[in-house]
Design a protein around this ligand. Structure first.
Ligand SMILES: [Zn+2]
Length: 448
């Protein structure tokens, strides 16, 4: 008898996101426990043997089968702030949101915001996210419960006393977190210094050393909009990338969120220092909505720097949709750099294996290949939108998260028939309504 945990996904259009861009029509994925054992064409004897021996079978019915999507930059705890700070630039957005965070954010509101964000993400085919927000003990506990890979850790920022009284207290808590926290489903630990304009250079030096001591992923915003470039120039007399270079942040495993306004010299610095497990998070929806600018993604890709796609937080991009991010990125760079500046295949790769590279987890997830963890998305097959001759084009420019039917994380089914398991949306809506009634400042903010 086969072990009960053996699963075969068959009759799919398998987009592997491997190095050769392999697509297998009518293919199968064999999973044992939490690992992919084989990805193969119809008729493969390993697949047939597993089915004969009693493996569970999931029929993809001709639908696309993808690696779980990877959101490389977000703030899940901000879900409850949707609509409070629309139609502003980055500085206007932060000026609106930070007072609300001071008044409203606690472990309970984070639990609720993260629960909703994970339900949304899973139903959109996202299995991993790199998250920056307060109360990481709470957010990672929710993620473990719902079966989601949430790479979240302590946030470090001056001038915002949400979770800790000051930087030194937050830094001490971050050290304890890194020493004690087991990554579990998240696959790696992280710390989240907010930016070079909300931290001093001595603080960034300490953070770089702490990240290196624990081999943690250091997530930081960098070069997001012109206002930030001016702020950093005033505070440090340099570009954000220059500040991160001279404080040692770029020497470690760092994920740069946004990285929109890079000079040629900044790009040279990044290219020279970024090796495996370091990269950028490209967030086209947020960059467009906040009018932050256009990241130099075609050049960054040409230089071989790892790039993933991110949504940014649900208060600035207003959803957690990586299908939309793929499509917006393709159209944005076509408009600004010419048609095909970023191809559909590159866009699918950014949403999967590129994101895994940027987060330093590409040896574990990000593609459908034997030996990797079983993070898998199955889309509906019999939809008019699935008709098309190029699988990458169809995925990016025709299909959407509405076609997501089944999602596996670590070999476990977490979305069935398009619905995330383990969450009750009606109950979550009631809890949100009760919280808004308790904190009228949040709903009032939207009217300002
Ligand atoms: Zn952000």
């Amino acid at each position: 008898m086969m072990p009960a945990t053996t699963l075969v996904i068959r009759n799919g259009r398998i987009v592997t996101a491997d190095a050769r861009g392999t697509v297998i029509e009518g293919g199968s994925v064999l999973i044992s426990g939490n690992r992919i054992v084989a990805v193969a064409a119809a008729g493969d004897r390993r697949i047939d043997a597993a089915i004969s021996a009693g493996a569970q079978v999931l029929d993809a019915a001709g639908g696309f089968v993808l690696p779980g999507l990877i959101n490389t930059h977000t703030h899940f705890g901000m879900t409850l702030f949707r609509g409070t700070a629309d139609d502003r630039d980055l500085q206007g957005f932060l000026a609106a949101v930070w007072p609300l965070e001071t008044a409203f954010v606690n472990a309970e509101t984070v639990r609720l915001g993260v629960s909703i964000a994970i339900a949304e993400s899973l139903q959109a085919g996202v299995t991993t996210a790199a998250d920056m927000f307060f109360y990481p003990d709470t957010s990672t506990a929710v993620a473990e419960e719902l079966g989601f890979r949430l790479i979240a850790g302590p946030t470090l920022i001056n001038g915002l006393t949400v979770e800790h009284a000051d930087f030194d207290e937050a830094f001490a808590a971050a050290r304890t977190w890194l020493a004690e926290h087991e990554p579990g489903l998240a696959l790696r630990t992280t710390i989240c210094p907010h930016s070079s304009y909300t931290l001093t250079e001595p603080q960034l030096l300490r953070i770089a050393a702490l990240g290196a001591e624990f081999d943690a992923l250091v997530q930081i915003h960098a070069a997001e909009n012109p206002g930030e470039m001016d702020l950093v120039r005033d505070q440090h007399g340099a570009t954000p990338i220059e500040v991160l270079q001279r404080t040692g942040i770029l020497e470690g495993n760092v994920l740069l969120a946004h990285a929109v306004h890079l000079s040629d010299s900044d790009l040279d610095t990044i290219e020279a220092r970024f090796e495996r497990s370091r990269g950028l998070a490209h967030c086209p929806a947020s960059n467009m909505k906040l009018a932050s600018g256009v990241a130099r993604v075609p050049e960054i890709l040409a230089r071989g720097i790892a790039v993933g796609l991110g949504t940014d937080g649900p208060a600035s991009s207003n959803d957690l949709d990586l299908f939309l991010a793929m499509r917006l990125s393709g159209m944005l760079h076509a408009l600004t750099s010419g048609p095909g500046a970023v191809t559909a295949r590159q866009l699918v790769e950014m949403a999967t294996i590129g994101g895994a590279r940027a987060l330093g987890i590409d040896h574990l997830t990000g593609s459908l290949e034997a030996g990797k963890l079983a993070d898998v998305v199955i889309l509906a097959g019999s939809t008019p939108l699935a008709v098309g001759v190029d699988p990458f084009s169809t995925l990016v420019y025709s299909l959407s998260r509405a076609e997501v039917r089944t999602v596996l994380v670590d070999g476990v089914v977490r979305v069935r028939e398009g619905v995330a398991l383990g969450v009750d949306p009606a109950a979550l809506h009631d809890e949100v309504a009760a919280l808004y009634a308790q904190y009228p400042a949040v709903t009032a903010a939207a009217a300002v």
